[in-house]
Ligand binder design. Structure first.
Ligand code: IDP
Ligand code: MG
Length: 138
């Protein structure tokens, strides 16, 4: 699939890194196909991260993701899901490769600057979570 979902997380928008992250992703070869800014409600964040509901960090993750504005984006590139995961780096910025978004901009394993879908199925679900079909350019 040629589309994936990225979310610039509240740590990065608060820290003034959103523009740099978008520029980084465009330079890496992604086209931004849809974009918005919102502060997620608790219900939205719990629903988005539902697969992690049993994890010990779930409540903290939901509190973080609702703490300020985030910027979901539908991105287009060949092999978009795998390409975005490479560009964002490991979950923990201390373990993320040099030059990745998380290595450059993340604060911690939780406050890690950016989300990227982890499969084509999740990319479809996650793009649909934030964008109506007619918002996506064809
Ligand atoms: P990913 O974002 O690299 O795919 P996931 O395991 O799907 O990582 O976790 C979702 C999000 O939950 C992470 O991006 C991070 O914000 C948070 N998270 C993951 N593991 C931990 C942890 O061990 N402590 C605190 N927060 C975590
Ligand atoms: Mg994940």
């Amino acid at each position: 699939m040629n589309h994936t979902l990225a979310i610039i997380k509240p740590d990065a928008t608060a820290g003034g890194a959103a523009g740099k992250i978008i520029a980084h992703l465009e330079s890496a070869g992604f086209r931004v196909r849809a974009l918005r800014m919102l502060t997620m409600t608790t219900a939205q964040a719990r629903s988005f991260y539902y697969v992690h509901r049993e994890r010990p960090f779930f409540a903290s993750l939901v509190a973080f993701m609702t703490s300020g504005p985030c910027i979901p984006m539908a991105l287009e590139a060949p092999d978009a899901v795998a390409k975005l995961r490479r560009e964002i780096g490991a979950t923990d910025p201390a373990a993320a490769a040099e030059g990745t978004v998380r290595r450059l901009y993340a604060e911690s394993k939780e406050r890690n600057a950016i989300h990227g879908s982890d499969s084509d199925d999740n990319a479809r679900r996650e793009i649909g979570f934030f964008f109506a079909g007619e918002e996506l350019l064809r």
